[in-house]
Design a protein around this ligand. Structure first.
Ligand SMILES: Cc1cc2nc3c(=O)[nH]c(=O)nc-3n(C[C@H](O)[C@H](O)[C@H](O)COP(=O)(O)OP(=O)(O)OC[C@H]3O[C@@H](n4cnc5c(N)ncnc54)[C@H](O)[C@@H]3O)c2cc1C
Length: 661
């Protein structure tokens, strides 16, 4: 087997171990000259994984990495850099080809004159690029990474840990930071570790920095003297604002910015432009405007064979990918969840999904069992798409390959490719709609006088509604951060137009925090949809919190799994345990009102009330052409409450929110 070797001075590998292997190696003195040390045979070296040898003077460390990948790195760096955690400049020597079994001495490799090794300053001022990872945590189909590496002597692959996103917020309603639940943070860290591993195999590594991302990036641009800044374009408002700042600095400093659209199948701005400056508001009109993706005519770049080394990082503090503990979460006990972050896992999952061609060809949403949790009914690729561990374009390309090889397949909107198009649809509408994530000031959103009730909201969020189907879904959300699409429908409908009549923005916030696939455009789009605030207006069609789940899972296995307090409840009562006679409750060791709450509302009357309120709100929206002021909304709310007073029977049926003792 033939392997290529590079001499690299600088980059530090993790998991290095000291080892007393005898042999020849070289150190580089202050003038950049090689100083030959003891003998070491190449056959010995290539069998060593991440070994470190220090010389007698203890001032040079030689780290050897021999991985199963096609390139092997030989790394020399001053030992002092270990202590200071700084990364000296790297030099890439001319690559040489060896046979693994040749007992060739390492000196042969090093004795080849490497001009730039002799002149570190010149090497340091070679052209460098920053590859700024945010989402797009992958190697495959990553045009920004590809561009960063083209014609560059150095590439700095950077990820900035934003404390607001990562560090603990003790005031939040669940473990996690101010902005994200712990499951999503863990998923992100796993994705970063995986990315770092992949980069190392390519001769690079991930540089983790910490701080406010804009400030950190600008500092790196100042210190590293790079010529290019590359990052994936992002339509989320958070990144739009951040990117303006960073781009402004880069342009003023004469740094080229390359920011391609590769998170979605289409460029939302192109679609909006084709539609006369407005986003298409229906899926079908979106499809018509979108047509075939322009990139689909040629195969995507799915692999990279090597990357330029990382350059001198100067005084910027670089760390390894932190653990949950490093971030300040202590030894928090973490639930096992079946989805592990990272590109490797994403590609494995994708491969498994598309290997069943018949399943792909017949995929039809919304058919599918929302209560299937051992083997979910859909791909569970959403968290990987969210962080860009999986390219949606690559996913789409793989699906087209399957479709070409089967006789018949489903089509959008119900097909699997159709799901990716839903994703793009919401990205496009969200990008082109001011205040998309709010009711106020959002032209697409019906103005509805939702109730404000913290107790009911907490009961829903904490799985205490007394409806086992709803509560089990909310437990799955909290534990796994992922639920089936129809399960999301059920709880979103229940919170808003189905039963509790609470604001969709409150539910959106809970999902935004707890979902591992939490995605600004898709989450807001679906909450608008489910609350009948936009896109979908048939408010008379309500998901029953009792019969809907029962249709798929009459035995209630899903409920028993996520709500073990009900595990011994007979199947006749599992969806309505409050109807179980006291003797049955005792036998099931679950007394309703003590071990598990009574329903917070009665569905029949509550859903009727919701429909009545929505009918009135819709009528007023129509009358005022959607231009409702706050006063109009307050007046309508008062009127609806008065009408409710006229129906005391319904009000009496509203239960005290159940708290478990
Ligand atoms: C109230 C509510 C909130 C939601 N919030 C999110 C969210 O924050 N992030 C998120 O990714 N999805 C969200 N969805 C959409 C959908 O439920 C998930 O994308 C899907 O369940 C993910 O599972 P999957 O990967 O197995 O999907 P699959 O059915 O295998 O679909 C493949 C991919 O298509 C995309 N997709 C599927 N359904 C939709 C949809 N309705 N809208 C847009 N894209 C879709 C996703 O990227 C998904 O990974 C939400 C749905 C509802 C009802």
């Amino acid at each position: 087997m033939v392997e290529r070797f590079h001499l690299v001075m600088g980059s530090m590998h993790e998991r290095v171990e000291r080892c007393g292997v005898d042999g020849e190696y070289h150190r580089v003195d202050h003038d950049g000259n090689h100083v030959r040390k003891r003998e070491m045979h190449i056959s010995l070296i290539v069998n060593i994984d991440f070994d470190v040898i220090s010389d007698e003077d203890d001032d040079v460390v030689l780290a050897l990495s021999s991985t199963k990948s096609t390139s092997t790195l030989l790394i020399l760096y001053p030992k002092s850099s270990l202590a200071s955690q700084r990364h000296p400049i790297q030099f890439k020597a001319p690559s040489l080809t060896f046979s693994r079994c040749d007992a060739m001495q390492l000196s042969l490799c090093l004795s080849k004159p490497a001009q730039h090794l002799k002149n570190p300053i010149m090497a340091a001022s070679g052209s460098g690029s920053i590859m700024w990872f945010r989402k797009g945590l992958r190697i495959h189909d990553n045009p920004a990474l590809d561009y960063a590496s083209k014609g560059s002597d150095f590439v700095y692959p950077v990820f900035v840990i934003d404390p607001h996103y990562m560090e603990p917020d003790p005031k939040a309603f669940s473990p996690g930071s101010r902005l994200a639940g712990l499951n999503r943070i863990r998923f992100l860290l796993e994705s970063l570790v995986d990315l770092d591993t992949s980069l190392k195999k390519l001769g690079s590594r991930l540089l983790i920095l910490k701080g406010e991302p804009g400030q950190v990036l600008i500092r790196c641009l100042k210190e590293w003297g790079v010529k290019k800044l590359c990052f994936e374009y992002d339509t989320d408002p958070h990144y739009q604002a951040l990117d303006i700042r960073v781009k402004e600095y880069a342009s003023a400093a004469g740094i080229e910015v390359f920011s391609p659209v590769s998170h979605t199948l289409f460029n939302p701005a192109d679609i909006i432009q084709r539609n006369g400056g407005k986003p298409p508001l229906t899926y079908q009109s979106f499809l018509k405007l979108a047509g075939q993706p322009s990139w689909a005519s040629s195969p995507l770049l799915t692999s990279i064979s090597s990357l330029p080394p990382v350059g001198d990082v100067g005084s910027c503090e670089i760390s390894e990918v932190p653990t949950i503990k490093d971030l300040g979460y202590g030894d928090i006990e973490q639930e096992w969840i079946p989805f592990r972050g990272g590109e490797s896992e994403a590609l494995k999952r994708l491969k498994e999904s598309i290997s069943d061609k018949e399943w792909v060809a017949n995929f039809e949403k919304p058919k599918g069992n929302p209560s299937a949790f051992v083997k979910p009914a859909t791909t569970v690729l959403s968290p990987y798409l969210k962080f860009g561990c999986l390219s949606s374009r690559y996913f789409y390309q793989c699906l087209q390959d399957v479709y070409k090889n089967v006789q018949k397949h489903t089509s959008p909107p119900v097909s699997l490719a159709g799901q990716l198009l839903w994703r793009d649809f919401f990205y496009t509408v969200a990008f082109g709609t001011p205040n998309f994530d709010r009711m106020e000031g959002n032209k697409l959103c019906k103005q509805i006088p939702w109730n404000d009730d913290d107790e009911l909201l907490a009961a829903w969020r904490e799985a205490r509604t007394g409806y086992p189907w709803i509560d089990a879904i909310m437990v799955q959300l909290r534990k796994w951060g992922w639920m089936h699409h129809l399960a999301r429908h059920s709880v979103a409908c229940f919170l808003t137009r189905g039963d509790l009549f609470l604001h969709w923005e409150r539910g959106r916030d809970v999902f935004e925090r707890l979902l591992i696939d939490s995605d600004w455009a898709i989450n807001n789009g679906n909450w608008l949809w489910l609350s009948c605030s936009s896109f979908f207006y048939q408010y008379n069609r309500i998901y029953s919190p009792i019969s809907f789940g029962k249709k798929y899972d009459p035995n209630g296995d899903y409920i028993r799994h996520f709500l073990p307090v009900l595990k011994d409840m007979p199947k006749e009562y599992i969806y309505e345990p409050w109807t179980a006679p006291p003797g049955i409750q005792r036998k099931a060791k679950c007394i309703i009102g003590r071990d598990y709450p009574k329903p917070v509302v009665y569905h029949d009357s509550a859903s009727k009330e919701c429909k009545r309120k929505l009918a009135e709100a819709y009528a007023l929206n129509q009358k005022l052409n959607g231009q409702l002021s706050q006063e109009d909304l307050d007046n309508l709310r008062r009127k609806l409450e008065q009408d409710e007073d006229i129906e005391p029977k319904i009000r009496r049926q509203r239960q005290k929110v159940g708290h478990l003792t």
